[in-house]
Design a protein around this ligand. Structure first.
Ligand SMILES: CC(C)=CCC/C(C)=C/CC/C(C)=C/COP(=O)(O)OP(=O)(O)O
Ligand SMILES: [Mg+2]
Length: 585
């Protein structure tokens, strides 16, 4: 075997033309599929657990709706429910409360409370309810900047402001300045803080902002923060029923996710792709993890299933295009997907396996949508797979022919190859409320000749996907001799004089600006569950590509996160009135 640009060449199938195939020697799969398939799990919560859950929900609802509750307290409770992952049980109540706070200018009641005002701003925007930056006006000087001398700017207020600044729309420079100010003030205050508090602020500043954390991962973190010493300090400001419900709900949802993981693992084993394409990354569990972060609620089982399956297939397919396939084979495969018939006899064996897995997985998803919603999504699936393959082929050509596209050309193709559009399309088709997704799934293209038209939010979140992926993978991919990335294109752009550092700055700016566009799109086009899928995709992608490439090379800390999400029940030692521990299954 020879080695080119750090990648090893496969030579076992050499035909006369001295075909050489590449392999990146990827890390093997991390999880043992046989162990997952032999796991025991409870199918349904016991009657007793269900009744405890119902009474806890009732208690929390009463707390939320209590008359004469102060605005600040109500906001704090909503924030806690959200952070602990149980807000979805009270979505109608929460939206009603926030809408009323908007209509009645509730911010006027929070005059000297930056912490609550910033929280109100963040909550309103996150729910697609109008919120002007003027809400924060009471804390600003005559030029609209935060007033350093303002006594209400304590560390809680500064943290809340910092978190709120991530809800900015494009052009809201006041929020950029507010964030810079909050960071600077917090850093100045840190030396005089107690160690525990200093640690907390350091975490806030180093981690993703709350708005961009995957909700389910935030729940794990929030439950963790309520343990031990920290729990003692929080006990007086969080109602125990909120915490009890959060622990119970986390474990019930985890049991649902785990049973689904078992099913998709069986499916993956049956495809045999792990053995038939040994050069490719086998990342089923990581894909299920992403799926559970994008669509966490129990009622979104169909979304999780299809996201995990399509995710595992495209991780394999990407390696076919980027690594192993010859250009001729890739062109043939792309045509076969376009034709979507069983006429794929000319494909090499490894491609036939891939092709057949794509078709049979799509057929099963089509059946499910037909059964549950009564319409045929096969034309959409076919077109979306073909578009992905065509875009993958464009990248493969750039790589094989060593061409560097312009940055615009690269990004026009790159948001499709991020795979975001294909994933989101599949997830949308599994949503229940047909009117909500109507405009997202329109296809008036009878002869299949037109390109898919994706909603702007899909395009924006897919751009975030592409940019985050390129930022994390540029180094490894250039060592492997892979094709262009945002960073490579940026460095080659213009006179070609930009350094890698400049290019990294440009990618960070592009991500930040695109996220602002995502915020604006969410605010002005509130399409409920479909929106959440997109935004949660943008969230988990930022997490997965933070500190490296969590798909290609999962580190121990990533594995622990997968374990915490899917296998380790929450346990705060909180007991219900019957003395039962809140775990099930
Ligand atoms: C369910 C769900 C959301 C799963 C998503 C999992 C995930 C992040 C899949 C990555 C898909 C992808 C673009 C793979 C290529 O990786 P690469 O680094 O080789 O990218 P490139 O070849 O496109 O640059
Ligand atoms: Mg790749």
């Amino acid at each position: 075997m020879a080695s080119v640009g750090g990648a090893t060449l496969y030579s076992e199938q050499l035909p006369p033309a001295m075909l050489q195939r590449r392999s990146a020697n990827y890390q093997p799969k991390t999880w043992d599929y046989d162990s997952i398939c032999s796991m025991q799990y409870a199918n349904k919560p016991s009657k007793q657990i269900s009744s405890v859950e119902a009474s806890l929900k009732q208690r929390v609802r009463q707390l939320l709706l209590k008359e004469d509750q102060e605005v600040a307290t109500r906001l704090r409770i909503i924030g806690q429910l959200q952070s602990l992952g149980v807000a979805y049980h009270f979505e109608e109540e929460i939206t009603r409360i926030l809408m009323s706070m908007h209509v009645h200018d509730a911010y006027l009641l929070l005059k000297h409370d930056l912490s609550s005002t910033a929280l109100l701003f963040r909550m309103l925007r996150a729910h697609g309810i109008p919120a002007s930056t003027e809400i924060l006006g009471a804390f600003c000087d005559g030029t609209g900047d935060l007033e350093a001398a303002n006594p209400s700017l304590d560390s809680d207020g500064l943290v809340a402001l910092y978190e709120a600044s991530y809800l900015a729309f494009p052009g809201e420079a006041m929020l950029d300045r507010a964030r810079a100010f909050a960071v600077k003030r917090l850093q100045e205050l840190m030396p005089s803080m107690k160690p525990f508090q200093r640690e907390k602020i350091r975490d806030v500043l180093l981690d993703l902002p709350l708005h961009w954390r995957a909700p389910r991962l935030q729940t794990i973190r929030s439950l963790e923060e309520h343990r031990g010493d920290l729990y003692e300090t929080c006990r007086d400001i969080i109602d125990p029923s909120v915490l009890q419900l959060a622990v119970l709900d986390f474990n019930l949802v985890q049991a649902v996710h785990r049973s689904e993981l078992l099913e998709v693992t069986r499916w993956w084993k049956e495809t045999g792709l792990g053995e038939k394409l040994p050069f490719a990354r086998d990342r089923l569990v990581e894909c299920f993890f992403c799926a559970a972060c994008i669509a966490p609620e129990p009622c979104l089982a169909g979304c999780r299933e299809v996201l995990a399956k399509v995710g595992a297939l495209i991780v394999h397919l990407d390696d076919v295009y980027d690594l192993y396939g010859t250009l001729d084979e890739l062109a043939m495969f792309t045509d076969a997907v376009g034709a979507w018939s069983s006429a794929a006899a000319a494909l090499p064996e490894y491609m036939k396996a891939m092709y057949s897995a794509i078709r049979s997985t799509s057929a099963a998803a089509v059946d499910r949508v037909m059964e549950e919603q009564g319409y045929d999504v096969l034309p959409l699936y076919k077109k979306a797979w073909h578009e992905l393959c065509k875009a993958f082929l464009v990248e493969a050509k750039w790589q094989h022919e060593r061409t560097m596209p312009s940055l615009d050309e690269y990004l026009d193709n790159g948001w499709i190859t991020s795979t975001g559009p294909l994933l989101l399309l599949h997830a949308f088709t599994m949503l229940q409320h047909t009117q909500q997704q109507d405009s997202w799934l329109r296809d008036d293209d009878d002869d299949g000749s037109k390109d898919m038209v994706y909603p702007r939010l899909v395009e924006l979140c897919s751009r975030v996907f592409r940019l985050c992926n390129d930022r994390a993978t540029h180094e490894a991919e250039s060592e492997q001799g892979e094709g262009p990335s945002f960073i490579a294109c940026h460095m080659a752009e213009g006179s070609g004089g930009a350094s890698e550092e400049d290019a990294r700055g440009a990618v960070a700016d592009a991500i930040a600006e695109t996220l602002k566009e995502v915020n604006r799109e969410v605010a002005f086009r509130n399409t409920g569950a479909a929106n959440s899928l997109c935004v949660n995709l943008a969230r988990i992608i930022q997490g997965i590509y933070r500190d490296g490439d969590g798909i290609t090379s999962p580190t121990d800390s990533r594995k622990r996160l997968v374990k915490d999400l899917l296998f380790t029940p929450a346990d705060l030692d909180i007991c219900d009135p019957l003395g039962e521990r809140y775990t099930d299954g």
